[in-house]
Design a protein around this ligand. Structure first.
Ligand code: ADQ
Length: 840
């Protein structure tokens, strides 16, 4: 690797701070030192942007002792931080890997808390912060990485209030009940809150963090923590008030380059050779991990051992290859785990191996990228059984390598990757029978089914690769510091100007290195505005209630992800700031991908406010053209039925919605049905008593309407509706009250109180009963329902998320739906995605 010393006063506009530098030191026999790049997704993602912006990387070399002088390698300034042998023991092996790592991974191993470890952690974090402060240009963007450096953001802010500071946590952030065990929990929160933007792997991690903040007396709202302008946690410093954002940015891999490896003929030949060397087994199972107790290697071995014992899989026809990179072997728990794995592998081979044919091939070694790719290609089933994992990149690497669209992935639901790869065989690694069943299913997968699953997973991994992760994060982080700290008077306060300022910095740095690229950037400079849009979206999405109004609610511990029917702020609001389409949350995209996997689907939508914007004149409502196009495309697909479920009368619905010919239609909240394929009979007729009751209720509503200007009555086959949309507010309220006190309260009359309508029905139908009926008519395996009104809540209530159903509330308001979209535009985006997903 070419390298040169940098001039000592070099200061960068973009600084990455990580425990390790992206290079490994090699000392030749003659004593000369060279640096080899250590391959990794983070480096390859950041390398181009670092090179363009004269980026700097602050980190430890990996060897204890004095730090070398800063040097340059591959266009990045590397700034080594010194760690003594004692620092390595106390800060790295102790506090980071003996306390924080197990604590953040659900206490799988017992964390140990020692005060001298913590003191070392504080000292080393300060050293990183000081080195970073010295090497960052005015207003630079600093990106701190991972749990070893959680105090750096705050320390850095104290030293350099002009900087924009971002932090990404590569490992999970634990639920508060676990985090609370940390004796220095307040200091850690305080440290992290020095950042402007915090990134986590999963929305649940971001939520756990926000909840920890609330438990410590801070107000949060829509993924933001509000820091009041006063000294906090005993600090003598005065902090001006500011906001810290927390969101999920699931990390990914350099999918293209890994795909390219899998396509190389020499690597494909090596894959064939590996299978030959293994004795040409019918089934190759593969595990690739750092040797870490979080990875569930022992659980996996247990499942495989039992399958061998029960002769469900029989060596030498089936073998397991387990590659385990040596890791942290000076930490006690790791040493023990290494011994346990060795004993288990030895026992399995003793029981089921044959001469020259071990049942488990165990490699306690690191492998190079090529060999790893060949192993992925050679494997029929990839086993990932992590007990808890921030993301797990091995899962994504396996998928990216399989350009042949074969192979199967057994994936722990406790790995972050499970959210993005629902087409894997998801397992609870603690449920050994479940893991065994998944292995058997995966090993017996038909090529067609394997392709179907792998194709969907590959699409995800290619669409969201590490370059997109890094660029998304950097753009959002750059816009996060929209409000400048008051101690930095030189900075501008307009968010738009902020973003342009950053883009100017980046462009200037780009121009220094690559004038052509800078020119191209200038042309497409509209993207520079995107972070601002995203930033504003945080604000615009909610109402303008000041934070204080939320204090009580946010301090309420009962608020949580688990609470049924309560949609928390989805902290992942950003998937693609470059994409002009409204962003769908990762949670929804993932749910749709899972939904589309079912063989028979029902897509049911309310009309007004869902595929058609709400308009003053109901007769003028029309579906958005893009939504209608997608609906037509969906209705034409085999295995897909489309339905519109509306409060409107059927005739009226047909007139305004111009629905696809094959669409099922439900009018009057379920009282009227139209089924063009003739799978069901039409709506239910009334009994005499019901007809009489309806006539009485209609007469009464008409009397009320005649006394209240601007209201009108609509009659329906099984009900009657009082509309108050066009009346003055007080008049509407009075008419509504009279209807509620009057006919709505009569026995046998069913009330649906919607937006500016009081709807009375003499038969008990709701959108919920309608949806049940639609499910049974169509025989759908999975149902998606989107609605914007309280009447749609009845439909959400009959959905089963655990069975693959998807519920989407459009617009604001309390809901029991699992997902939310802002507007009919976003519904149209969702339908477009569904066309792609279901069309395959
Ligand atoms: P890790 O715990 O190290 O990362 P993982 O995401 O699986 O876990 O990354 C491991 C990397 O090491 C992969 O790129 C893999 O190819 C490589 N690797 C594993 N075994 C190897 C072997 N024997 N030889 C060579 N290479 C090997 C932490 C978090 C994860 C999170 C990542 C990134 O614990 O949850 O996904 O950071 O944020």
């Amino acid at each position: 690797m070419s390298q040169q010393q940098t001039e000592p006063d070099h200061r960068s506009d973009l600084v990455v701070v990580a425990n390790r530098l992206p290079v490994d030191r090699k000392v030749a026999p003659d004593g000369t030192t060279t640096w080899k790049p250590s391959p990794g997704g983070l480096v390859s993602a950041l390398e181009p942007v670092m090179q363009r912006n004269s980026g700097a990387w602050v980190g430890w070399t990996g060897a204890p002792g004095d730090a070398p002088e800063p040097f340059e390698a591959r266009g990045i300034h590397l700034i080594p931080v010194e760690l003594s042998k004692k620092d390595v023991e106390d800060f790295y092996e102790g506090m980071s890997n003996g306390a924080l790592w197990p604590l953040y991974h659900d206490v799988i191993a017992q964390p140990q808390f020692h005060r001298h470890w913590w003191e070392s952690y504080v000292r080393v974090n300060r050293r990183f912060a000081e080195k970073t402060a010295e090497n960052s240009a005015e207003n630079a963007l600093v990106w701190v990485q991972d749990y070893q450096l959680q105090l750096v953001p705050q320390m850095l802010r104290a030293l350099r209030p002009d900087l924009r500071i971002a932090f990404f946590n590569h490992i999970p952030f634990p639920p508060y009940e676990i985090f609370a065990q940390l004796p220095w929990r307040r200091q850690v929160l305080d440290g992290l809150l020095g950042a402007d933007q915090l990134g986590f792997q999963r929305p649940a991690d971001a939520n756990n963090f926000l909840r920890a903040c609330r438990r410590n007396g801070l107000a949060t709202r829509r993924g933001m923590v509000h820091l009041p302008a006063e000294p906090r946690f005993g600090s003598a410093d005065h902090h001006p008030s500011r906001e810290v954002r927390a969101a999920a940015f699931p990390i990914s891999i350099d999918s293209e380059s890994i795909d390219a490896l899998g396509r190389r003929p020499d690597i494909q030949e090596r894959a064939r050779e590996i299978r030959r060397e293994l004795g040409d087994p019918k089934v190759v199972l593969l595990g690739v991990d750092r040797l870490d107790y979080t990875k569930g290697i022992l659980h996996r071995l247990k499942a495989v051992e039992e399958l061998f014992a029960e002769e469900v899989l029989s060596p030498p026809d089936a073998v397991l290859v387990q590659v385990a990179t040596p890791s942290r072997d000076r930490v006690e728990e790791y040493e023990k785990m290494k011994r346990d794995v060795e004993v288990t592998v030895g026992r399995i081979n003793g029981d089921y191996g044959q001469l020259g044919h071990p049942a488990v091939h165990y490699l306690h070694q690191s492998q190079d990228r090529e060999e790893l790719a060949a192993l992925y290609l050679a494997a029929d089933v990839m086993l990932i059984t992590a007990l808890r994992d921030g993301m797990n990149l091995v899962a994504k690497e396996y998928v990216a390598t399989r350009h042949d669209e074969q192979g199967a992935l057994v994936l722990s639901e406790f790995a972050g990757a499970a959210i993005e790869l629902p087409q894997a065989f998801l397992v609870n690694p603690h449920d050994i029978d479940g893991v065994k069943a998944a292995i058997v299913r995966a090993a017996g997968l038909s090529p067609r089914e394997a392709t179907r699953r792998m194709r969907a997973m590959r699409r995800r991994v290619f669409e969201f690769d590490v370059a997109r992760w890094a660029s998304t994060f950097l753009k959002v982080a750059a816009s996060a510091a929209a409000e400048p700290p008051q101690s930095s008077p030189g900075r501008v306060s307009n968010p738009a100007t902020e973003s342009i300022e950053l883009s100017a910095i980046l462009a200037a740095a780009e121009a220094r290195n690559d004038p052509a690229a800078a020119e191209a950037r200038a042309e497409s400079d509209s993207t520079a505005q995107v972070p601002v849009d995203e930033g504003q979206k945080y604000w615009e999405a909610g109402d303008s209630t000041p934070y204080d109004a939320y204090d009580e609610k946010d301090l309420d511990d009962t608020e949580g992800l688990e609470e049924p029917g309560h949609v928390l702020d989805d902290p992942l609001v950003v998937i693609d700031p470059e994409n002009r389409r409204p962003a769908l949350s990762l949670g929804l995209v993932t749910a749709l991908e899972g939904f589309a996997m079912h063989p028979s689907l029902l897509i049911a939508l309310d009309f007004d406010g869902v595929i058609s914007p709400i308009v003053a004149d109901p007769a003028a409502a029309r579906p958005l053209p893009s939504a209608l196009r997608s609906l037509n495309a969906l209705a034409a697909l085999p295995g897909v039925r489309v339905a519109l479920v509306s409060g409107r009368q059927l005739d009226d619905l047909v007139r305004v919605a111009t629905p696809p010919a094959r669409a099922l239609l439900v009018g009057s909240h379920g009282a009227e049905f139209s089924d063009p394929l003739g799978e069901s009979s039409a709506g239910s007729p009334l009994t005499d008593a019901q007809a009489e009751l309806l006539a009485k209720a209609t007469a009464e509503l008409e009397a009320i309407s005649s006394r209240h200007e601007g209201t009108h009555v609509e009659t329906k086959p099984t009900g009657v509706v009082l509309h108050t949309r066009r009346a003055m507010r007080p008049v509407a309220a009075k008419a509504t009250q009279e209807a509620l006190d009057g006919p709505a309260s009569w026995p046998g009359v069913h009330l649906t109180h919607g937006k500016e309508v009081v709807e009375l029905s003499v038969v008990s139908v709701t959108k919920g009963t309608a949806l049940r009926r639609l499910r049974s008519i169509t025989g759908a395996d999975a149902v998606l329902y989107a609605g914007d009104d309280v009447t749609d809540e009845r439909a959400f209530a009959v959905l089963r998320t655990e069975a693959g159903d998807v519920s989407v509330r459009v617009g604001s308001g309390e809901t029991r739906a699992d997902h939310r979209l802002g507007s009919p535009d976003e519904v149209a985006t969702m339908l477009g995605l569904l066309v792609d997903l279901c069309g395959e």
